[in-house]
Design a protein around this ligand. Structure first.
Ligand SMILES: Cc1cc2nc3c(=O)[nH]c(=O)nc-3n(C[C@H](O)[C@H](O)[C@H](O)COP(=O)(O)OP(=O)(O)OC[C@H]3O[C@@H](n4cnc5c(N)ncnc54)[C@H](O)[C@@H]3O)c2cc1C
Length: 520
């Protein structure tokens, strides 16, 4: 693979790249013209880069077709598209890295089979093995008998990668895929379709034939109504400054902490507060915590059942899909590993769990007084760990797009085409949590991202798998018909049975969300 192209003001993904100063305006030139512009340098952006650059996906082809692909020289004949990735961070996975660091998360919730390499579901496992990192894999006690994809379970694909392993893998993957990394924040995308102008804050403009928006969260922080009037000195969202404010936990005046939320992030914040020496830590949720390995049920992992679930999901009218996705995620859940930790801390008297309504009764100079189930408690700090509220038009890029090319918004999510396009723009795609209505309950996690990235790049018709298919009718295109029909076909090649679903952290936790912005 060639190295990433160097353009003025752009940085490559090399691990030793020095920090880049903030972006400065630069004129558009041929150097700034791309086949594909990916907006967002998280796992979704990386999955898109991988799907765009790889000549084909081994996972999406049967065993015979992989042989045909090699035999036809598919991989070597293809000219890779020219791709740029735009992100405000100084390198790939900046947002992910900061979040995981702030919460001191050691293990991913999702398994080894979930990662952004579009070529091969086994890539992360192979990376761990080839770099002698078996100690970076954790058997979290998933009952493999419950998974009909037992072959995968036994091969380690259901074990959890450490975050260090996962981040190293992503950096390694990015370094192998030619692209240009542009540091900046996209302010607007303008047409015409197929000849987009991507405007960055600061005035710089890029040109691209296709654009993929991999922006991450589907809207602003969710804020329980009862917290709206709490001043920012006593309250922050767990994702505020990408978790930066979590540093306040345990500091001299922040010893008594209330964490609100019913998903994994809330548990991680509560555990962090204990670890940082807070003398009183309460974890309050409206409903009891639900224990579950992954944030979608095990049925979503089974190849056939998962495909059936997907199929049923797409049979629902759009209006019902947001609720169906939420139901499939169980409204936020906590893996057994973390539940055991919570129970231990409770037994030691270092953490109290409360189920019920929280009412803020008064805000004092140095504390907030709240009532939980009728009992008054004082806290120095409240951490809102209720995830993000789907409200895509709060994101400036989408608000601007909606102005020029209005589409239906359902439950806060954009109503994209089945190929994840925005309205009549055939070359403008949205992936990630924002694409929940078209991708399914796992849209915001690593498995859903990979699927979406593949869908978008397939629809661009830039990958040679499609070219190969067009020139030689012998290749079976799984995506040309019902994407999920293959799994119901008893003759289907088991090699392509890799469409496992996994968890997210409950990124979209709307348990207590209301339509009002936080005062904090
Ligand atoms: C604490 C935590 C733990 C999680 N653990 C897991 C896990 O173990 N497994 C799992 O599958 N999922 C997990 N998730 C869900 C996780 O967020 C997603 O899997 C993953 O980060 C989503 O990737 P993404 O690329 O869609 O979004 P992000 O990782 O959020 O990346 C989006 C990027 O787009 C950039 N961006 C946004 N707007 C613009 C713009 N206008 N211009 C340029 N760039 C822009 C952002 O700065 C960001 O860097 C976790 C989430 C949290 C909060």
């Amino acid at each position: 693979m060639t190295k990433a192209a160097q353009i003025p003001g752009a940085i490559t993904h090399a691990a030793d790249s020095p920090p880049t100063p903030p972006p400065s305006p630069a004129p558009t030139s041929d150097d700034e013209t791309y086949d594909i512009c990916i907006v967002g340098g998280g796992p979704g952006g990386l999955a898109t880069l991988s799907a765009a650059i790889e000549p084909y996906s081994k996972d999406k082809m049967g065993r015979d077709n992989v042989k045909n692909a090699y035999a036809s020289g598919l991989a070597t004949k293809r000219t890779a598209p020219k791709v740029c990735v735009v992100d405000p961070g100084d390198t790939w996975m900046h947002t992910w890295h900061e979040r995981f660091k702030a919460l001191q998360i050691k293990w991913l919730r999702s398994p080894m089979g979930a990662h952004p390499d579009a070529f091969d579901v086994n890539s992360l496992l192979a990376y761990a093995t080839s770099t002698g990192r078996a100690h970076d894999m954790f058997d979290s006690g998933v009952d493999v008998k419950k998974f009909r994809t037992v072959r995968e379970a036994h091969s380690g694909l259901l074990e959890l990668p450490s975050n260090k392993l996962f981040e190293d893998f992503c950096q390694d993957l990015a370094a192998r895929l030619p692209h240009t990394f542009v540091r900046g924040k996209v302010a607007a995308i303008q047409g015409p379709d197929g000849d987009f102008s991507v405007s960055l804050e600061g005035g710089r403009k890029l040109k691209a034939k296709a654009v993929v928006l991999a922006l991450g969260v589907p809207g602003p922080a969710a804020c329980p109504a009862e917290l709206v009037k709490v001043p920012a000195r006593f309250l922050f969202h767990s994702d505020d400054k990408l978790g930066g404010r979590l540093q306040e936990l345990g500091s001299a005046r922040k010893k008594e902490v209330l964490v609100i939320g019913g998903g994994l992030t809330a548990v991680q914040v509560a555990q962090l507060a204990v670890k940082k020496g807070c003398s009183k830590v309460f974890l309050a949720s409206r409903r009891p915590l639900v224990t579950r390995h992954f944030d979608v049920g095990e049925g979503w992992f089974d190849t056939r059942q998962g495909s059936r679930n997907q199929s049923e999901f797409f049979d629902e009218p759009l209006e019902k899909r947001a609720a169906a996705a939420k139901a499939a995620r169980g409204g936020g859940s906590v893996p057994p590993l973390y539940m055991r930790g919570v129970q231990e801390l409770e037994t030691q008297g270092r953490l109290s769990r409360k189920v019920g309504e929280v009412q803020v009764t008064s805000v004092n100079d140095d504390s907030v007084e709240v009532t939980i189930n009728g009992r008054v408690q004082k806290f120095d700090l409240i951490v809102n760990a209720c995830g993000h509220r789907p409200d895509c038009l709060q994101l400036p890029v989408l608000r601007e797009l909606q102005r020029v090319e209005p589409i239906e918004i359902v439950g806060g999510f954009p109503s994209l085409t089945p190929d994840l396009q925005w309205g009549s723009f055939k070359q403008l795609f949205v992936i990630g949590a924002l694409a929940s209505l078209q991708v399914g309950p796992d849209a915001g996690n690593l498995m859903g991202l990979s699927r979406a990235a593949q869908m978008a790049t397939d629809a661009m018709d830039i990958n040679s798998f499609s070219k190969y298919k067009n020139s030689n009718q012998s290749v079976q295109g799984w995506y040309q018909t019902n994407r999920f029909a293959e799994a119901f076909d008893s003759d289907s090649d088991s090699d392509s049975d890799s469409d496992t679903d996994s968890d997210s952290d409950g990124e979209i936790e709307i348990e207590r969300a209301v339509e009002i912005p936080c005062a904090a």
